[in-house]
Ligand binder design. Structure first.
Ligand SMILES: *[C@@H]1O[C@H](CO)[C@@H](O)[C@H](O)[C@H]1NC(C)=O
Ligand SMILES: *[C@@H]1O[C@H](CO)[C@@H](O)[C@H](O)[C@H]1NC(C)=O
Ligand SMILES: *[C@@H]1O[C@H](CO)[C@@H](O)[C@H](O)[C@H]1NC(C)=O
Ligand SMILES: *[C@@H]1O[C@H](CO)[C@@H](O)[C@H](O)[C@H]1NC(C)=O
Length: 525
């Protein structure tokens, strides 16, 4: 028994190290916050952890009951004896029992008390840790929330009270949340953003008390806030924060030291702060304006493409509502292309196989996971099932493209703040060998499988157009000009999702099979 107490931490430590090793190896492949579909698993996992904690409470209660019951009977016997000591002890049976109890039972009690409770529950958590988000996941989540904040110009106090982009949600962040945001942004040297979150933590700590074992000390948070202000060169403000902390803890050595350190810095004009990263000056970029839905409506937005229904038998039977978005690049929006049933089937198909999206890197000639693109994808060959066959046929009918040699259907789900930075879809054959087989990506066909409650627009900053996701609609644009040259007007981005689960399906059409026809483009109107 004694030895098990000492063995346990060693065992835990060893497993922990092995686990860390495993986690490190797994890192980069999967992350938890890049898709909403991927995060569903976390909720199930959390339910398991809560059940496990409840089992632990049951174990504790069992032991507590055993102890309390015994106390009652032990106390009864002892009280009886002490009320008439001499008479009690003069009986040999009582004396024998007392000696035996004192020699044996209390040792057993000692061992019983020493025996840890809920070992199997502790081990269970250890097992489940393998599936829990890592520090890297938390860092990514912080980056995502920070991205939402900066892209849409949101205020930290509003976010923390569930007021997102003009809409109030019945959700709020706790001090633990806001403080983690602050700490990690600080670690990432994003001091300006960190300061807002840590200040918010200070504010929240005044209003709410925290429960053990997760509480953090006010002092600690104030100290980190002062540290952040120092990084921002705001020495006088940092001193104020330390002084406030000192009124609560006048003898705290760390605070006193920090106070004198800051006072020295102010006196000598020391500036240890690194130059602050140049932050957005408050003037939003074209991309941000687009994401916020603030591009002015364009003059040609009322134009409708006259559809030649005779080109495809499909379109005679099922004419599509079609809207011209722009002419350079040629871009059209089709409405109600997918049925709810098809959407459900597509999501069901993709969910088990979703993997973090990668981006082609010309430097390495390979597809790699990058921070500028956070979503999860699954690819489906044209003949994967009747639905993919039907979908490809529909794309062909809609656009007039021959899909032979084009890429597989790509299904994608964006998660927390999921986005894709500004990019082109074409490969740019001058620096890529990806176009050798089937040519470059002449056009992009992008299906929106879901409405997105807030955010998630597809923005074309150069032509100042933004397309907001609408369940079942499709946007299609040409990436190449008539002469086959890349069209840099097609620069586009997927804005961060604020609220919602954004599902899209992509089809990149390659140019080779389209040599003899550039449907719809040449005879535009
Ligand atoms: C907000 O959520 C809390 C629980 O989280 C619930 O008790 C309350 O009724 C909700 N309020 C509204 C307006 O839905
Ligand atoms: C529609 O397409 C058919 C077949 O390509 C062609 O004969 C016809 O002239 C087109 N109609 C219009 C209005 O462009
Ligand atoms: C493309 O080039 C990279 C290196 O530049 C090479 O590793 C890769 O195999 C090439 N791919 C093809 C399809 O030729
Ligand atoms: C395309 O590649 C050429 C050659 O590497 C480069 O000069 C040009 O900037 C690229 N264009 C775009 C839009 O990336």
């Amino acid at each position: 028994m004694r030895s098990s107490k000492w063995l346990l931490p060693v065992r835990v430590l060893l497993t922990y190290q092995v686990l860390l090793l495993l986690l490190r190896q797994a890192k980069g492949e999967e992350s938890h916050c890049t898709s909403v579909a991927g995060m569903v698993k976390l909720l199930d996992l959390e339910a398991q952890l809560i059940d496990n904690l409840e089992d632990y409470a049951v174990e504790l209660e069992k032991k507590l009951q055993t102890v309390r019951r015994s106390i009652t009977s032990l106390r009864l016997e002892n009280d009886k004896a002490r009320s008439s000591t001499e008479e009690y002890l003069s009986n040999p049976l009582n004396s024998f029992s007392l000696i035996r109890r004192m020699n044996r039972d209390w040792i057993i009690w000692q061992l019983y008390m020493d025996d840890p409770v809920g070992i199997s529950q502790v081990e269970r958590i250890q097992e489940l840790r393998e599936h829990m988000p890592t520090h890297t996941d938390v860092e990514e989540a912080v980056t995502a929330l920070d991205r939402i904040q900066s892209t849409y110009g949101l205020k930290v106090p509003e976010i923390s009270h569930g007021f997102l982009n003009g809409k109030q949600y019945n959700v709020s962040l706790t001090v633990l949340d806001t403080y983690a945001m602050g700490q990690i942004l600080f670690d990432q040297k994003n001091y300006l953003a960190a300061a807002s979150w840590i200040y918010q933590s200070v504010v929240l700590m005044e209003a709410f008390s925290m429960a053990a074992p997760l509480e953090i000390s006010k002092n600690e948070v104030r100290m980190v806030y002062a540290e952040t202000l120092l990084k921002l060169n705001q020495h006088a403000d940092a001193l104020k924060v330390v002084n406030i902390a000192l009124t609560d803890n006048p003898h705290d050595i760390k605070l006193l030291l920090k106070k004198s350190e800051i006072e020295t810095m102010i006196r000598t004009g020391t500036n240890n702060a690194p130059p602050v990263k140049v932050q957005a000056t408050g003037v939003p970029t074209a991309y941000q304006i687009g994401c916020r839905g603030q591009f002015p409506p364009s003059a040609d937005s009322k134009l409708y493409c006259l559809y030649n229904r005779t080109t495809s038998p499909f379109l005679i039977l099922a004419p599509l509502k079609m809207e011209l978005v722009g002419l350079d690049p040629y871009m059209v929006l089709y409405h109600d292309v997918l049925s709810p049933k098809e959407i459900k089937e597509l999501q069901g198909m993709a969910t088990p196989g979703l993997k973090r999206a990668t981006v082609y890197q010309a430097s390495s000639g390979r597809n790699e996971v990058v921070k500028t693109r956070t979503s999860k994808v699954a690819w489906f060959p044209d003949g994967y099932n009747p639905l993919t066959v039907r979908l490809n046929a529909r794309i062909s009918d809609m656009t007039g493209f021959n899909l032979y040699g084009s890429e597989m259907l790509q299904l994608m789900n964006y998660g927390l703040g999921g986005h894709y930075d500004q990019h082109y879809d074409f490969f740019n054959k001058t620096n890529s060998n990806m176009t050798a087989m089937s040519g470059d990506r002449i056009a992009t066909v992008l299906f929106y499988l879901t409405d997105v409650e807030q955010g998630g627009a597809t923005v074309f900053p150069n032509i100042r157009k933004a397309v907001f996701p609408q369940r079942g609609s499709v946007v299609m644009w040409y990436n190449l000009k008539d002469n086959g040259q890349i069209d840099t007007q097609t620069l586009h981005a997927a804005c961060p999702v604020i609220v919602g689960s954004k599902w899209v399906c992509n089809k990149w059409i390659r140019e080779r099979e389209q040599i003899f026809s550039r449907p719809c483009l040449k005879k535009r109107m």
